[in-house]
Design a binder for this molecule. Structure first.
Ligand code: PLP
Length: 283
């Protein structure tokens, strides 16, 4: 695989990062993941805008202008012949001797690589997921897409060990979001509910695209926190992310939703989102 590291395209075996990189030592870095379907990036403008925002919240400069980052992403897709999968970008504050306080004017470290992934035809897409709920283990700036993902790593490990496919986080009795996705429920009168953007959650790019699709199709979507009790009593549930698109959730803990199969509203939104993806592919 060809990756981007050290300002150039190199084989993954030749790529080298500095020992004193603050991304490695402090998790002082942010990232983005853009889906690639049919060789085309999906909603990459939203991802690059969020990258810029995450960096500005941490006072890390953009490593390159947006257009150059996009050109690198496109080259990686082409060089690796990627049809379906992801392009990953990471920017760290840069390298210097280990101190909590950082010097001004460090040169950010920028790396990028592609991954082959089956996004369209997998168990989650077709049958839906069983998820578990756990107390949100993360810090209070979840709106910044940092590489500090140990809370997610451990929660996903524990969920898998307990026989679940994924995990949603809970704070003060309400669902914040999935460990790597935005969480939604559908009420019995067919209203879709998701938490509003704030520092408590990552503002999902797929969420933004879906909200736009809903408003254009006249589908009612309410932005408000929802409780664990509401989730357990919901008619349907689903989650979204760049890599999972719209994925049905058919069980929460011991409680099956819609008889343990993806519900009609979720199926409709899945189809609607795939239509959006197909339009971007054709463009
Ligand atoms: N929330 C969290 C915590 C995530 O890690 C992700 C994606 O990885 C999302 C939400 C969904 O964001 P997006 O739709 O931009 O992939």
């Amino acid at each position: 695989r060809v990756v981007y590291c050290g300002g150039k395209f190199v084989s993954e075996h030749e790529a080298r990062l500095g020992l004193f990189d603050r991304g490695f030592l402090f998790g002082d870095a942010v990232y983005e993941v853009t889906a690639v379907i049919g060789g085309k990036m999906i909603d990459n403008d939203l991802h690059l805008a969020r990258l810029e925002r995450s960096l500005s919240e941490l006072a890390i400069p953009m490593p390159l202008p947006r257009e150059e980052i996009e050109a690198i992403q496109l080259s990686l897709i082409e060089k690796n012949g990627l049809q379906e999968g992801t392009v990953y970008l990471q920017v760290s504050r840069g390298e210097e001797d280990r101190e909590f306080l950082y010097s001004e004017g460090l040169k950010p470290t920028f790396i990028a690589f592609t991954q082959v992934k089956n996004l369209l035809n997998n168990k989650g897409q077709t049958q839906g997921l069983a998820i578990t709920l756990v107390e949100d283990p993360r810090w209070e700036r979840r709106d910044i897409k940092t590489v500090m993902l140990l809370g997610q790593v451990l929660a996903k490990r524990d969920a898998k060990a307990a026989g679940f496919d994924d995990v949603w986080f809970v704070e003060d009795g309400t669902i914040t979001e999935g460990a790597s996705s935005t969480a939604y429920i559908v009420t019995h009168d067919r209203r879709i509910i998701t938490r509003p953007n704030s520092r408590a959650i990552l503002p999902g790019c797929t969420r933004a695209a879906l909200l736009d699709l809903c408003s254009r199709h006249g589908v009612v979507l309410e932005e408000r926190p929802f409780t664990v009790a509401e989730a357990l009593a919901a008619a349907e549930a689903f989650q979204t992310s760049a890599t999972s698109l719209v994925t049905p959730v058919v069980r929460i803990g011991d409680v099956s939703l819609n008889g343990g199969v993806p519900g009609p509203v979720t199926r409709q939104l899945q189809a609607c989102y795939l239509e959006h993806v197909n339009m971007l592919r054709a463009a």
